[in-house]
Structure formats: C-alpha cells, structure tokens
Design a protein around this ligand. Structure first.
Ligand SMILES: [Zn+2]
Length: 251
C-alpha cells in the first residue's frame, strides 16, 4: 500500500514537472515582444541578423541606393572586433552614420532556455559594446532603446526575468524565412517567402550574408511596386521614416 502511494506521488510530481516545463516554453508576455508595427499604412521593416561582417557592405550599398534604413542585429562576438579590425569598424561606422539601427543579437548566438543568467550577461555585454560604437560616432543611445532579438527567435517564460534584469523594452521578432540557407532556398524562393508573408507593418528577419545582394534589390523593387515604404527603428537623426510615424510596435 505504501509503495502504491509513493508511486502515485512520484507520477504526480512528474506530471507537474512536465506541465510546468511546457508552460514555460509556450507562455508569451505580450507587453514587450513585438512582431509588427500596428498600422494601416503600407510599410515594412527590414532587419539583418548575425553581423557585423564585410557582407554588410553590399547590403549597405543597396539600402543607400534605395534610400532605406534598416536594423542590424549584431552579435557581441562580431562587434567586439570593432577596436581591432578595420573592416568591422568601417561596416559599423557606416551603419550608424547612414542612419541605420544596431540591435542586440546576444554575444555568442547560443540557446538560453536553461541558462537565463548567461543570457542576461551576454545581453548586457553586447549592449555595452553597442553603446560604445554609437558613442564613437557621436550618438548617445539609452540602453533600453536598443532593440533585442534572440537567435532562432527564442522565447520562453524565463525571458520575463531577463527582460527585467536587462531592461529590454523591445524583444523584436518578425517573419523568418530561410534566406540564411541560400544554397537550398535560392533567390526566387527567398523573395517569394517574404512577399507571400507581406502585410502592413511586417518586420522581415533577414541575414547578413553575401547572397543578400542577389535577392535584396528585387525584393525591394517588388515592395516598392506595391507602394510599400520602409520604416527605421531610430528616430534620433531627424529621420522621417521612424516606425513611430506609422504606429506602435505590437506582438
Ligand atoms: Zn542569428
């Protein structure tokens, strides 16, 4: 009899642990996780993850030609090269001076579900690097205004703790296709993925890769043909294309 009771207790504990862990993964705090701009206007936001690398140079040239501002979510591991690598400095300085925004994409681009303290530390370290490179270019930015995007668009309940510790105002997600796997996806499919997920206020997740120069100009042309405009994150440079002119960031 005692063994049976123990067995029931053990199973109950296991079930509770299972329910708790599922709850942990699927619970979303809607207050600061954002996927789109809430707007009735035809506007999208372009974002590029995983830089800074020299692959950003071609992307910057395209954006400059098209007069578009984007957001570059950088990893600390790449951004820390700013002081020692001339190419990194050149890319980052252009991003800032051409009116684009730098976002925090963690330090090591890891998975953090089971180590939220590590995530806090990485986001704080990367924020310091971002503040430093902005300051080097004469731009002062409040830490809470640095947008954050986790690798693989991770989210989990513990993220609330991380948000409080770091003071994240915006955890930016958006539509993620497979542009990072260009060998399998190819130009036409990459463009089709974004165009078939197009809606007013959409945030497109793209990647800092050399292949972006193959598909980005055509995607931009297709969006412009549909009368879409492009929203920036920053509005400190007297920009008229800040997302704030179109609406609020919402889940
Ligand atoms: Zn990434």
């Amino acid at each position: 009899m005692k063994a049976k009771v123990m067995k029931i207790i053990a199973i109950s504990f296991l079930l509770m642990a299972l329910v708790t862990s599922i709850f942990n993964i699927v619970t979303i705090k809607h207050g600061y996780e954002v996927n789109r701009i809430k707007t009735n206007q035809k506007v999208v936001m372009l974002t590029f993850d995983d830089g800074p690398t020299t692959d950003d140079l071609a992307i910057l040239d395209i954006l400059k030609t098209e007069n578009i501002h984007a957001t570059f979510f950088m990893t600390g591991i790449n951004l820390v090269k700013y002081e020692t690598n001339e190419d990194t400095k050149k890319v980052v300085d252009r991003i800032i001076n051409e009116g684009h925004t730098i976002g925090n994409h963690t330090y090591t681009h890891d998975e953090y579900l089971h180590d939220q303290k590590k995530l806090v530390k990485e986001l704080q370290e990367t924020n310091q690097l971002i503040k430093h490179v902005y300051a080097q270019n004469g731009v002062t930015i409040a830490e809470q205004d640095i947008p954050v995007r986790l690798a693989y668009l991770q989210y989990f309940k513990g993220i609330d703790y991380v948000q409080k510790q770091v003071g994240i105002k915006y955890l930016v997600r958006g539509y993620l296709g497979t542009d990072y796997n260009e060998a399998q996806t190819g130009k036409d499919k990459i463009i089709h993925q974004y165009m078939s997920h197009l809606s007013k206020g959409k945030i497109f997740v793209c990647h800092t890769r050399s292949y972006a120069k193959v598909w980005l100009p055509e995607l931009i042309q297709k969006l412009k043909q549909k009368d879409y405009k492009f929203a920036a994150f920053r509005d400190d440079a007297g920009q008229t294309d800040s997302y704030k002119n179109y609406g609020k960031l919402v889940f």
